[in-house]
Design a binder for this molecule. Structure first.
Ligand SMILES: Cc1cc2nc3c(=O)[nH]c(=O)nc-3n(C[C@H](O)[C@H](O)[C@H](O)COP(=O)(O)OP(=O)(O)OC[C@H]3O[C@@H](n4cnc5c(N)ncnc54)[C@H](O)[C@@H]3O)c2cc1C
Length: 374
């Protein structure tokens, strides 16, 4: 007789790897499917690191999930003793009175997060490599920092495997069909029957679910030589998210191993096929993107060392899509993470596992429903 899984995960990169672990912990019979072998460089999670900000400029609706995510990251680190979270301080900077920085401060106040407000000149005095006038303001979060994304995914996959999750990698899912209450998943190699499904296929979710409004965006980021050692993590340089005059947002990590990683959150190239996600340097703009930051606001960064390209799964409003398929309550989707999802991955995985286990979801997810685009 054909085996019927309790829960299949289509795409076990960031969200999927976490969901697989939390579901297996609950005793569900879990199947993990991925077109590649995660962690890998063909999705949205490579390049070693991701910022975790707590005071969230994107709005208070994210905060309950974010605080839960931090707790789960801490637990994962304690359990595995792997190098997952670096609590090194994170500096948010924006022009006085702009939405980004006001939302950051508002969410810090509302959720009583510890933070320090700094004038532009105070920022420049504390870290001599920054150069901000008092038109700018900073919100420094000492409890925030960054996550080692690839290490975290590997940790979830290893834990799941230990519990006995079936992992089928190099297995591209080609179709999802329905037979009464059972979902039928086809890969090139096999057909699976499952009771509940999570589609966490990231940027290319539309190949499986064409009506989900997600636009793939090609994004680049780069490592530069550290020309001034004060930029290094062990010298106390913070991670940062900076919105400058023209609403362009940049992010970066303190220097490590003589390089510093910097990228632009805004911008990028909308693409429609995987082959268009070409390597760093393919567009002349790739090497110019972060120059506005380096020329005016951040000193001591040396020549380009190397770069990489990645993709965002951009939703129309930049907010996540966390829902189920219309009329198919046993198919969950988590997508549209729009370039800011990694920090939430632990909590998103836990929520998906709870739903697959028919538990009541107490987190308010009403802002993330698909029908907001109708
Ligand atoms: C350059 C860059 C910088 C970022 N910086 C930050 C940051 O600082 N902080 C932050 O919080 N977030 C950040 N993000 C966003 C974050 O990394 C993503 O939101 C997150 O990794 C997305 O997770 P995911 O599970 O949706 O996608 P992925 O991790 O890409 O996983 C999707 C998986 O689905 C698989 N898949 C696709 N199609 C199929 C199929 N048909 N069959 C089987 N498997 C399939 C893929 O192989 C992949 O493994 C950044 C993203 C990028 C690209």
């Amino acid at each position: 007789m054909t085996e019927i899984y309790d829960f299949a995960i289509i795409g076990t990169g960031s969200v999927g790897s976490a969901a697989g672990y939390y579901a297996s912990q609950k005793g569900l019979k879990v199947l993990e499917l991925d077109v590649a072998v995660p962690p890998h460089t063909q999705g949205s999670h490579h390049g070693q690191t991701r910022l975790i900000r707590h005071a969230y400029g994107e709005g208070g609706k994210y905060l309950p999930m974010l605080l839960r995510a931090q707790k789960l990251w801490d637990e994962l680190q304690q359990k595995t003793h792997r190098d997952i979270f670096h609590q090194i301080s994170l500096l948010n900077v924006g022009r006085q009175g702009t939405d980004f920085i006001e939302n950051v401060e508002r969410s810090a106040q509302r959720y009583q997060l510890p933070y320090e407000k700094l004038t532009g000149e105070e920022i420049s005095q504390r870290w001599r490599n920054f150069s901000f006038s008092n038109d700018y303001v900073g919100v420094l979060e000492e409890k925030a920092g960054y996550l080692n994304s690839e290490i975290a995914i590997q940790a979830y996959l290893d834990l799941a495997k230990e519990i006995g999750v079936e992992q089928k990698f190099d297995s591209a899912v080609q179709s999802i069909d329905f037979q009464d209450d059972i979902v039928v998943i086809r890969t090139a190699q096999q057909v699976y029957q499952v009771k509940n499904v999570l589609v966490s296929a990231g940027t290319w979710v539309k190949e499986l679910l064409p009506t989900v409004p997600v636009q793939p965006i090609r994004k680049v980021f780069a490592w530069f030589d550290v020309a001034d050692k004060r930029l290094n993590e062990d010298e106390g340089f913070p991670a940062f998210a900076i919105e400058i005059d023209d609403k362009q947002t940049y992010y970066g990590f303190p220097g490590k191993d003589d390089t510093i990683k910097i990228g632009q959150h805004t911008g990028g190239q909308p693409i429609n096929q995987r082959s268009q996600g070409t390597p760093y340097g393919d567009y002349s703009s790739d090497k110019e993107e972060v120059l506005p930051l380096l020329q005016r606001y951040l000193k001591g960064v040396g020549p380009l060392n190397h770069g990489a390209s990645c993709t965002y799964d951009q939703s129309p409003d930049g907010d996540f899509i966390i829902d189920q398929l219309p009329n198919q309550p046993n198919v969950q989707i988590v997508t549209g993470l729009s370039g800011h999802g990694f920090k939430f991955v632990s909590a998103l995985g836990e929520l998906a596992a709870q739903k697959a286990n028919q538990e009541e979801i107490t987190t308010d997810l009403s802002a993330f429903k698909l029908n907001r685009f109708e």
